[in-house]
Design a protein around this ligand. Structure first.
Ligand code: NAP
Ligand code: ZN
Length: 355
């Protein structure tokens, strides 16, 4: 199929197959349609999903892939019908750049669950150019206004970038399951998602317990807002919390023992998985039957909720803890993610990477 939409080439970083490093390349960005916003990218967060997809862990990657769905930048041009953004504004893009707009989930304002499905920011299908979508490890991006977010005044821009995926992915389930005062809430894994989960759960008023496999993270977890920290490999420590949790947010990127956490839930408690390990994770039905427990999952939130999350962050002074890197360090950063060695999100300074 050919397309009549004109494009320009911009600098980006892509991987050409599952074993390749990310390397400099050029990608097409469309000329602005009436409701499009062009954003010059300043900061791009490194999500573990970037790594999963570059390495084809989930078996759905189209190559070459340009990852990046935690994007903060400056508006460099707007289409003729754009109302809420002008050149020079700070703007942000998360995990999706379009959706059908007509299915029930879109009508309900939860475009992230669009049945079409939603067009992912990268490794999705760009219906205008009939090619894969390319993400934020690039100089600029063109996105429909409806899928562009505003960063409230006062938020550090590099620290805000991870909010666009890690932030909304942890905020949305905490709000959906009405986490708040008087509840005991667990967060599993102190990585990019987990550390924001701790901050949000604490800000929402819950008693927060962080589960980690990394003894070196205990002190940080407390500083970030955890009331208690449990070393998940220590069965005795885990046992002490049996049947006491209202809600557990599971942010782990690799295989782990779900039964060990299900057994910590109270009657009717919920273990919500947001981490996305490549392999199926086995569960004993007895962990669920005993205590009428719930096992759930959650994706990122819709546009309205993502904007609400950003406002919540501004009110509560929440941003991501970041390790700033340049594009040349991104391959190393992936290796460090695999060793659980990040404090607590790598963010690429796209401008510095150009020099
Ligand atoms: P991350 O920064 O690498 O953090 C993952 C954490 O999981 C690690 O820091 C580690 O915490 C823990 N962990 C890693 N390997 C483990 C193992 N073998 N056993 C137990 N714990 C282990 O990753 P992230 O960016 O936060 O992403 C986490 C997961 O969420 C990824 O799978 C990602 O694809 C997924 N994700 C899902 C959505 C969604 O829509 N649901 C959105 C974004 C990301 P400790 O060192 O504290 O143990
Ligand atoms: Zn992500």
């Amino acid at each position: 199929m050919t397309t009549s939409v004109k494009t320009k080439l911009v600098d980006a970083f892509s991987a050409k197959d599952a074993s390749a490093s990310l390397e400099a390349t050029k990608i097409p960005r469309r000329d602005l349609l009436a409701d499009d916003v062009e954003i010059e990218i300043l900061f791009s967060g490194v999500c573990h999903s970037d790594l999963h997809q570059v390495r084809n862990d989930w078996k759905g990657t189209t190559y070459p892939i340009v990852p990046g769905h935690e994007i903060v930048g400056k508006v460099s041009a707007v289409g003729s019908e754009v109302k809420n953004f002008k050149v020079g504004d700070i703007a942000a893009v998360g995990t999706m750049v379009d959706s059908c707009g007509t299915c029930q989930n879109c009508l309900d304002g939860i475009e992230s669950y669009c049945l079409a499905p939603a067009t992912q920011t990268y490794n999705g299908h760009d219906k205008h150019l009939n090619c894969p979508t390319y993400g934020g490890y690039s100089d600029s991006i063109v996105v429909r206004e409806k899928f562009v977010l505003s960063i409230p005044e006062g938020l550090d821009l590099a620290g805000a970038a991870p909010l666009l995926c890690a932030g909304i992915t942890t905020y949305s389930p905490l709000k959906h399951w009405k986490v708040g005062k008087g509840q005991k809430v667990g967060v599993v894994g102190l990585g990019g998602l987990g550390h924001l989960g701790v901050k949000f759960a604490r800000a929402l008023g819950a008693h927060v317990v962080l589960f980690t496999t990394s003894p070196s993270k205990i002190e940080d977890a407390k500083k970030l807002g955890a009331h208690e920290v449990v070393l998940s490999k220590n069965a005795d420590e885990m046992q002490k919390h049996t049947s006491t949790f209202d809600f557990i947010l599971d942010c782990v990127s690799a295989d782990h023992d779900l039964d060990a956490y299900l057994n910590l839930l109270k009657r009717d408690g919920t273990h919500c998985i947001v981490g996305a390990p490549a392999n199926p994770q086995p569960v004993s039905v007895f962990s669920l039957i005993t205590g009428r427990r719930n096992l759930a999952g959650s994706g990122t939130g819709g546009m309205q909720e993502t904007q609400e999350m950003l406002e919540f962050c501004a009110q509560n002074k929440i941003v991501s803890e970041v390790e700033m890197i340049e594009m040349s360090q991104v391959n190393d950063s992936y290796e460090r993610l695999l060793k659980q060695d990040v404090k607590y999100r790598f963010v690429i300074d796209m401008k510095k990477s150009k020099k």
